[in-house]
Design a protein. Structure first.
Lengths: 136, 136
């Protein structure tokens, strides 16, 4: 069903400080930066081999990541698994009884198509499935 | 510095239920199960391509994962990055000013050698570096 861990999502309070940590201290390569209005974040992708770290800075307090930060502070926010067919995977998960946040895929960072599963179904882990755009 | 995300660690309250979720519903292959006394957990590894999900069930309430569960409930616990030389990586991180939980590598699951960085240094993310045993 899944080819790899596509990325981990990390909620951050200070995007520049987080970039310095991951780029300078942990040696990851920054490859993309984008404001994803639909998710209420400014996001940065860094490469770790074929996987990524996605840093998430909320555009306001009243966004999902803003609320996460107020409740938990900065830290691990979600994990995303990579699929080649997000519709098929979503249908299979629905058939397995998964509780979905997104009944239909929507556009995510860097032209990907994504859907989130509800953490109440997936053991407290906010879980994303992602089909990257063809060029990634 | 890192070849890939080695695994994400997930704290679970019910190991059998979590295995059913990841194996049956999410389609991951269970590849290893081990009691890691030094970390106070019964742990299970499932493959996602070259990456893994590590399910962590505490051996008691007074263990790090037991305390994590009491404080946060089940969910994402840590992320581990893979290196080919854990000593060298640990030395580089120390030189970069990293706050370490483990000053020296110790034996982790499946014969790996691991060290944890303090989440207060790494943006609230409990971060592990891991050098797998040669056969993995």
């Amino acid at each position: 069903m899944f080819a790899r861990i596509d990325h981990i999502g990390v909620a951050v309070e200070d995007l520049d400080a987080a970039i310095a940590l991951y780029e300078r201290d942990l040696g990851l390569a920054l490859v993309h930066r984008e404001t994803v209005d639909s998710q209420g974040v400014e996001a940065v992708l860094l490469d770790v081999g074929s996987n990524h770290v996605e840093l998430l800075s909320p555009l306001g307090a009243d966004t999902p990541v803003g609320k996460f930060l107020a409740r938990n502070g900065p830290g691990l926010h979600h994990v995303a698994y990579q699929t080649t067919d997000v519709e098929q995977t979503l249908a299979a998960l629905k058939a397995a009884g998964a509780r979905l946040i997104d009944e239909q895929p929507r556009v995510g960072i860097r032209g990907s198509r994504v859907a989130f599963l509800h953490p109440a179904w997936s053991g407290g882990v906010l879980t994303e499935i992602v089909q990257p755009a063809k060029e990634h």
